[in-house]
Design a protein around this ligand. Structure first.
Ligand code: BG6
Length: 467
């Protein structure tokens, strides 16, 4: 649809940016922090581990000052579970609480709304060693941990996100399981346990945090059929439900998606649902939906002949296919990033429209951005015009989605500052702020504003009116 005039971004639009604790903080074993599963990563292929990251733990004041200079209205970050509870439960590490207290106070002082993700991929190692999400006691630990956060920070933090990309943790389990990769049956049990944990935290947030708003933050994307062949459409529906709707249907409607349930039954992967689980899940009502969007996916009908799953390296955005369910297909209408992720700004509008049409809840884009090999010039510049171009196109589509009637409340590009990418360390950078370090040479970690920083600063200043 062509519009004569596009809607303006609302005056209180949350122009934001994202990070996650283990990818940005460093200080992995300081001030009483316990280890998380991410701390077990050993540098491979020259890629760094997460031990020092961007040293935000020690430089948060300087970083918040940069956020203020950028003009951010909000900042999405996650709390490290094992910094607050070194064993995942039990004794609180007051030093950990102190760090987040100071960070939140600094943000508030700069009029930046804190948006907190409770759990972003960094399960405490102590819990992992006791079975992790296979063990229902992890549900209780998550609730205990969430309660501490609501009680300690709920007077200042009003926007909460329960679990980052639960769907990625289930569909791409390698990075979350330093020991043995769980079977699919185990993964769907973990998934169910996380559903119960998020639901309990959602209910608790509403009880404890005055005017608190809480929602999930899965990685959602529209799935396209390769052709208008109805069998391709069936395959794309399959994958869209398994990858996306399962997670939001549970959060919003409190029930398992019927297509996914049929799939789980067929495979013998249905989870054990204990008495009371579905009541809790149904009772928990999110206030908004966090959506991480990077790229759409395109699929073709499964052949079910042993060749549907392709033997190549996948990641959270690169599909492999699944035998008898769908095959990965090429989309020749789209470009790719240098790391093989599809670039599809219009696909973001499609995704937002589908989500809003299905759930009618406010949407916060909790992640979206371009990972690239940035270059620091001798005179301290980073000319990331490719990132500006990427974001400009996506922001424009966000404005179109808003005009389409989607209740979009904010946009948190990934990431505020360079941080450790989950697979490519500092070779793949996302930030508006450059951190001068290499994979294995920490240098001084000086911060530099990229060209995209200045561009985003303008966007925020004019409330997106030229997008
Ligand atoms: C999302 C995650 O999947 O994508 C982030 O929530 C991650 O933690 C981001 O960093 C970008 O992915 P990558 O693999 O390039 O770091």
């Amino acid at each position: 649809m062509f519009y004569k005039q596009l809607k303006e971004f609302p005056q209180d639009f949350l122009w934001s940016a994202s990070t996650s604790a283990y990818q940005v903080e460093g200080a992995y074993n300081e001030d009483g922090k316990g280890l998380s599963i991410q701390d077990l990563h050993h540098p491979t292929n020259g890629i760094t581990d997460f031990k020092v990251a961007s040293d935000h733990y020690h430089r948060f004041k300087e970083d918040v000052a940069l956020m203020a200079k950028l003009g951010l209205k909000a900042y999405r970050f996650s709390i490290s579970w094992s910094r607050v509870l070194p064993e995942g439960k039990g004794e609180i590490n007051e030093k950990g609480i102190e760090f987040y207290d100071q960070l939140i106070n600094e943000l508030i002082k700069c009029h930046i709304e804190p948006i907190v993700t409770i759990y972003h991929f960094d399960l405490p190692l102590a819990l992992y060693n006791q079975g992790g999400w296979n063990n229902r006691e992890t549900i209780d630990a998550f609730v205990e941990y969430s309660k501490i956060l609501f009680e300690r920070f709920g007077d200042r933090v009003k926007y909460w996100l329960t679990i980052n990309e639960q769907n990625v943790m289930i569909n791409h389990p390698n990075a979350m399981n330093p020991g043995k990769v769980p079977t699919k049956k185990e993964l769907y049990q973990q998934c169910h346990n996380m559903f119960v944990a998020s639901a309990k935290a959602t209910i608790l947030c509403h009880e404890i945090v005055e005017n608190g708003k809480i929602g999930p933050a899965p990685n959602i994307t529209a799935i396209y059929p390769e052709k208008c062949n109805p069998s391709d459409v069936i395959a794309s529906d399959n994958w869209e439900s398994i990858r996306c709707w399962l997670y939001l249907d549970i959060a919003v409607y409190g029930r398992y998606n019927s297509l996914v349930w049929a799939y789980l039954e067929e495979k013998g992967w249905t989870p054990t649902i204990e008495e009371g689980d579905m009541e809790v899940i149904e009772k928990a009502k999110p206030d908004y939906l966090g959506v991480n969007y990077y790229a759409t996916a395109t699929v073709a009908a499964a052949k079910n002949d042993g060749t549907d799953c392709q033997p190549r390296n996948g990641d959270q955005q690169i599909m492999l296919g699944e035998e008898g369910v769908y095959r990965a297909a090429q989309n020749n209408y789209l470009e790719q990033t240098e790391f093989g992720w599809m670039v599809d700004s219009i696909g973001m509008r499609v995704t937002l429209r589908r989500i809003y049409d299905r759930y009618h809840l406010p949407i916060l884009i909790t992640e979206n951005g371009l990972g690239a090999k940035d270059v620091l010039t001798e005179d301290g510049q980073i000319h990331d015009d490719y990132r500006i171009d990427y974001l400009k196109r996506h922001f424009h589509q966000a404005r179109l989605a808003l005009t389409d009637g989607v209740d979009l409340i904010g946009y948190c590009p990934w990431s505020f500052i360079d941080l450790v990418s989950t697979h490519q360390g500092y070779q793949k950078r996302y930030g508006f702020v450059y951190v001068d370090r290499e994979e294995n040479d920490l240098k001084e970690m000086k911060r530099y504003e990229k060209d995209s920083f200045k561009w985003y600063q303008e966007v925020i200043k004019e409330n997106g009116k030229n997008l």
